[in-house]
Design a protein around this ligand. Structure first.
Ligand code: NCD
Length: 310
């Protein structure tokens, strides 16, 4: 079946059905051929990347994805150098940029910013991360990584989502994405960085099987996927609270002695100190491969919202 994504905004992982998510993952794997050879599927189309928070992977992988499909990219990556500095509001910026581009990827620290801007914009807005709650394209690439690395199967997996569950947005979007599958989730974090109540209550209503834990050691032998995140130092209202949890967890090679042969470790990156560099050389580390999946996934999203047929 062909699903139609043309002209749609991508704001929240919660807006997608399982069928739609599976369709996007399949489209991403179909992009592999264009990744290798390049393509002119989106020739003549322009992507605008508007990033009001730091980014390496999201902005560059969307840019790479657009170039791989023959499109062009215009970018506002340093708000200090734009009219925002002169006091222009985001709504005006979007109203103007929609005349310059065919699709916008927006990252902003305000909760709900992408949603709000999608109400203003005539062209599709893709949320490249808003506030502490939503990062839908990261969740899609995380799903793609899990699926591809586990031979096409997500059902039946035991997955730990570990780190800053309070301020991290990737962990929340991923939890909602996984709610479509028959998985067992473990939310592992220092007590002060637990998943927020609203997410916990949503997951209960969605009948997701999950447990909240302070420590990885008791479950590590059971895990198929270990998804690690950094502590979001910049989002703590009080730096003293950050100081209390800084360095409170770290994955190292000795912990992995008890892991399953086939365990895969993922991380949305950037890594700060939560995964020892030695882990990179083990068969468990898949976070750099995950960054590659981000490119093909974003190629698929651009092609789908711009209506390219492939
Ligand atoms: C994440 C983000 O921006 O939320 N980065 C990313 O897109 N890979 C994760 C993070 O900043 O910790």
């Amino acid at each position: 079946m062909i699903l139609d994504f043309k002209g749609r905004h991508i704001i929240s992982i919660k807006q997608f059905t399982k069928e739609e998510l599976e369709y996007i993952l399949k489209a991403a794997n179909q992009m592999e051929k264009y990744y290798k050879t390049g393509s002119d599927l989106l020739k003549g189309k322009i992507l605008a990347t508007l990033f009001f928070e730091p980014s390496t992977r999201t902005r560059l992988s969307f840019t790479s994805a657009m170039y791989k499909l023959g499109g062009e990219v215009i970018s506002l990556s340093n708000p200090e150098m734009s009219s925002i500095k002169k006091g222009e509001n985001l709504t005006d910026t979007i109203s103007v940029v929609q005349s310059y581009a065919d699709v916008i990827v927006l990252r902003h620290e305000l909760e709900g910013s992408a949603k709000l801007m999608s109400e203003v914009s005539q062209i599709p807005i893709i949320n490249g991360g808003s506030g502490t709650k939503e990062h839908p394209t990261q969740a899609m690439l995380d799903l793609l990584t899990i699926k591809n690395e586990m031979n096409g199967k997500i059902d039946g997996l035991k997955i730990a989502i570990c780190g800053d569950l309070k301020y991290g947005r990737t962990v929340k979007s991923l939890a909602y994405a996984l709610s479509h599958y028959d998985v067992e989730l473990y939310f592992v974090s220092p007590p002060s960085l637990r998943m927020r109540h609203e997410v916990i209550s949503d997951l209960h209503s969605l009948n997701v099987k999950f447990k909240e834990l302070n420590d990885l050691s008791e479950i590590i032998p059971e895990l198929d996927i270990l998804y690690v995140t950094r502590i979001q130092s910049e989002r703590f209202p009080d730096p003293a609270d950050y100081a209390k949890v800084k360095g409170s967890y770290r994955i190292d090679v000795s912990m992995l002695n008890r892991a399953k042969e086939n365990l895969k470790i993922l991380h949305p990156l950037p890594r700060v100190e939560e995964i020892d560099y030695e882990v990179d050389h083990t068969k468990y580390a898949r976070y750099f491969q995950q960054a590659y999946y981000g490119v093909i996934l974003r190629m698929a999203l651009l092609a789908l919202v711009l209506g390219g047929s492939f």
